[in-house]
Design a protein around this ligand. Structure first.
Ligand SMILES: C[S@@+](CC[C@H](N)C(=O)[O-])C[C@H]1O[C@@H](n2cnc3c(N)ncnc32)[C@H](O)[C@@H]1O
Length: 266
């Protein structure tokens, strides 16, 4: 039944009647708004849990009770993606959960010791999968979207690649392994990101894993051409997204990276 005058009415009346949407468009809109509402609800629950843990004194403590400035992440990649919708204005396209989990396992093999300092730049799903698989207090997430602060407040670093020299002093020259997925596929974005990476990576032992489109391969060869950022070696890792058919690949800044992804990762 349609209610006269309601925007939901489907009407074939003349010019005096309000604009109407056809039922299939309405159904799409309904499911879109229902999904957004569910997402908001999950995000609010997550934020509320974080606050109540903090009030109870549990926040930012490890299981042994010692404060290390980080905390275990119980959230799985699937749960993360349900609570954090992709914001396409920010070029957010999430990895699919199974890829994110395989990538996380791989990063754990590259950083087996929790003293190894790992930085995730512009790749929150990878951070979530990594922290969910195994707690790693020496990991940081550098991201523009402030929503992700709720994941692990002390590991989150607000980062805008348009201000590539702005990052915590504690990261200067300290990062052993950086994983980055730049938001935009152009030279300017990669130049800014590389400016940050050059400063935060350890000058001799620092390594980079870069995930991006093969469309910018030429740019990569120019921008990431000096240690510890490059030269880059294309890995055999097959990058998979949830909602993006892509031509992505993954490059590493050390020669053996060329063999990453050859072995079955799970
Ligand atoms: C192409 S997505 C990569 C996400 C990755 N596929 C994942 O699943 O984790 C790029 C990321 O860059 C972030 N971003 C967008 N604009 C940014 C900016 N100005 N500075 C830093 N990060 C930014 C987005 O929030 C997004 O998480």
């Amino acid at each position: 039944m349609s209610i006269p005058g309601s925007p939901r009415s489907v009407s074939s009346e003349g010019s005096g009647s309000p604009p109407a949407l056809d039922p299939s468009t309405l159904a799409l809109l309904d499911s879109h708004f229902a999904a957004r509402a569910e997402e908001e609800n999950l995000f609010n629950q997550l934020a509320a849990n974080r606050v109540s843990n903090y009030v109870a004194g549990l926040s930012d403590n490890d299981s042994d009770g010692s404060a290390t400035g980080s905390q275990k992440l119980s959230l799985s990649v699937t749960e993360f993606q349900q609570a954090f919708g992709e914001d396409w204005q920010l070029s957010q396209f999430w990895y699919n959960p199974s890829f994110a989990e395989r990538l996380a396992d791989l990063i754990h093999t590259l950083a087996p010791d929790t003293a190894v300092k790992v930085a995730f730049l512009c790749c929150p799903t990878a951070f979530v999968a990594f922290q969910h698989a195994k707690h790693h207090p020496g990991a940081a997430l550098l991201e523009y979207d402030q929503r992700f602060a709720v994941l692990s407040p002390k590991q989150f670093v607000h980062y805008d690649l348009n201000e590539p020299d702005t990052f915590p002093e504690a990261l200067q020259g300290q990062v052993d392994l950086a994983i980055a997925d730049p938001p935009f596929l152009n030279e300017a974005t990669n130049r800014k990101l590389s400016q940050t990476l050059r400063q935060i990576l350890h000058p001799t032992r620092g390594r980079l894993l870069l995930l991006t489109s093969t469309q910018v391969q030429d740019v990569l060869n120019e921008v990431y051409n000096q240690a510890p950022l490059g030269p880059l070696y294309k890995t055999k890792i097959v990058v998979e997204h949830s909602q993006l058919q892509n031509d992505f690949a993954c490059w590493g800044s050390w020669p053996e990276a060329a063999n990453l992804g050859v072995e079955k990762q799970r």
